[in-house]
Design a protein around this ligand. Structure first.
Ligand SMILES: [Zn+2]
Ligand SMILES: [Zn+2]
Length: 158
């Protein structure tokens, strides 16, 4: 894969790049993601915050409730308000959940897992061969070893 990957909001005032391929990409079918996107699911690619560079403009952080009750901060363009990524209190500020659809080529980050399929909209047909979980999952059972090691490195960096 060729990094960096670049992305931007709809009006183009905020642009970013990531210098690494995502650790893991979630396709989340929970009701909260359905509401936030106005769609059937969200595609969130987990990337180390340190791999991000904002190359144009400055996103604004919007506090948003999350199903866990701990909340998330969604980085949005100050003008068109498109959501670019989220920081969840659960995962902490060292990781961002990038909205894959904001990438210039979102085809590069297909889902590694489908989660919260218990509330999947019934017309969505899941592909064979990709793990699908009724709720969340155990990272140690699903992430590739390289991604687990990258995560540990970031956490150990203090
Ligand atoms: Zn914008
Ligand atoms: Zn969700």
């Amino acid at each position: 894969m060729t990094t960096p990957l670049r992305g931007h909001c709809t009006c183009g005032k905020v642009a970013y790049q990531i210098d690494r391929m995502p650790l893991f990409t979630h396709c989340c079918h929970c009701r909260w993601c359905q509401r936030e996107t106005g769609s059937a699911f969200v595609l969130n690619a987990l990337v180390e915050a340190e791999a991000f560079t904002v190359t144009r403009g400055a996103p604004v952080d919007v506090d948003t409730p999350s199903e866990s009750g701990n909340g998330q901060v969604i980085a949005r363009c100050p003008d068109c308000h498109v959501a670019l990524w989220s920081v969840y209190s659960g995962a902490g500020p060292k990781f961002r959940f990038l909205r894959v659809g904001t990438l210039e080529n979102p085809d590069l980050c297909p889902p590694d897992i489908h989660i919260y399929t218990a509330s999947k909209q019934p017309w969505v047909i899941l592909p064979e061969g990709i793990p699908a979980m009724p709720e969340y999952y155990r990272r140690s059972e699903q992430w590739p070893a390289e991604s687990l090691a990258r995560r540990e490195r970031v956490l150990a960096a203090g």
